[in-house]
Design a protein around this ligand. Structure first.
Ligand SMILES: C[S@@+](CC[C@H](N)C(=O)[O-])C[C@H]1O[C@@H](n2cnc3c(N)ncnc32)[C@H](O)[C@@H]1O
Length: 210
């Protein structure tokens, strides 16, 4: 629960989400037990539908963690033969992601790059039509700027946690909250982007490259 929407409404929304398969259900349980911040089923379903609707074939994710969102993205692009490249800084958690992705039967559809997106992005080949940004919040602006030249015209960008449990709207923001506020302003005024913030879960910014 991220406390952006009224708790009763949030509970209701979660009750409406369809049951997940045993693998996603296990990852949700593990994430909760080990305090790993994954997108969860509401935002997972949202990402899935965005990929399905846009028919994105080349998907880039920054911030894999245990591969939960990666599995939603990879399943969504499977019908059009799409592929996901995902980046994870922490080698141990990247290994876990690789195991989970293999268990999902998606090994050939997903490439996990281990390292810092700041170093990996400039070396990426080809152009992508979908970006999911879910990494270190202070790095969002730099990571986005490194990713933009790798995106096709009309690409979709989804950025997670842009409402930061509602703290972006509170007085006396801390350093991380200020970084997110600045990032949101950057998205809003960026001449190459059209953006809307969807207050689902912890807030998702949905942008399209012009
Ligand atoms: C919020 S978690 C990702 C959750 C995942 N997207 C999901 O919903 O299942 C953020 C992850 O990004 C990784 N990370 C943070 N900064 C990064 C960077 N600059 N490059 C690559 N990975 C990064 C962290 O190690 C962490 O595992």
């Amino acid at each position: 629960m991220s406390h952006i929407t009224h708790p009763d409404v949030e509970r209701y929304l979660y009750e409406l989400v369809l049951p997940r398969d045993p693998l996603l259900a296990r990852l949700e349980q593990e994430a909760q037990e080990r305090d790993i911040p994954i997108v969860g089923p509401l935002a997972g379903r949202f990402l899935y539908l965005l990929v399905r609707l846009s028919r994105a074939k080349r998907i880039l994710e920054i911030g894999t963690a245990i591969g939960y969102s990666t599995i939603w993205l990879a399943r969504a692009c499977a019908p059009v033969g799409g592929r996901v490249v995902t980046m994870e800084l922490n080698p141990q958690i990247a290994q876990e992601a690789q195991r989970n992705i293999a268990e999902a039967g998606l090994k050939r559809r997903v490439k996990v790059l281990v390292g810092d997106g700041m170093d990996l992005l400039p070396r990426l080949r080809g152009k992508f039509d979908f970006l999911f940004l879910d990494a270190e919040k202070h790095q969002y602006k730099t990571l986005l700027n490194l990713a933009l030249p790798k995106l096709k015209r009309g690409a979709l960008i989804v950025t997670d946690n842009v409402l930061w449990s509602g703290r972006v709207a509170q007085p006396n923001p801390d350093e991380t909250t200020r970084a997110i506020q600045e990032f949101n302003e950057y998205l809003r005024t960026h001449p190459a982007l059209e953006t809307v913030i969807v207050p689902l879960r912890d807030g998702l910014a949905l942008s399209r490259t012009r």
